[in-house]
Write a protein that binds this ligand. Sequence first.
Ligand SMILES: [Fe+2]
Ligand SMILES: [Fe+2]
Length: 151
Amino acid sequence: MENFSLSGVYEVGNELLDAQHKVILNYMAKVYTYLLADKKDDDLFGLINRLDTCCKLHFLDEEKFMEEMELPETEEHKAQHALFVTHLENFMGRYEESDSVKNIGELVFLKGWFLEHIEVFDKRYAEFKKRFDMAVHESTRQAALKNSTTK
Ligand SMILES: [Fe+2]
Ligand SMILES: [Fe+2]
């Protein structure tokens, strides 16, 4: 049985983005349950569509967040998102082939890819944000210090 839960090590320190990661994993878990039970109906189709929408919205939010911080490797990160969307769309196009074993394999691949992406790419903006906040904090402190000594 596959595990779709997200432990603390995957946290990126942004409430919205962390919540979205969890929602995406939850949708993957639901789709997985349907595929295991070999259920192919409108509910499954709806779930897959919601998974697709959630992923795309999440990527847009994440890309906006990185652009606002002017993260140097934003373009590389965006290319990874685009690659995932391609895999997801292939999966969506294929699940109707009704080969459950193959579809389960694809979904497990998507999950693995997603987790690794958080670990490798999303963690980079998390680190960058931490350093960014520390630098802002330090310059505010220095300015306050300068102010108090010049008075
Ligand atoms: Fe990402
Ligand atoms: Fe992400």
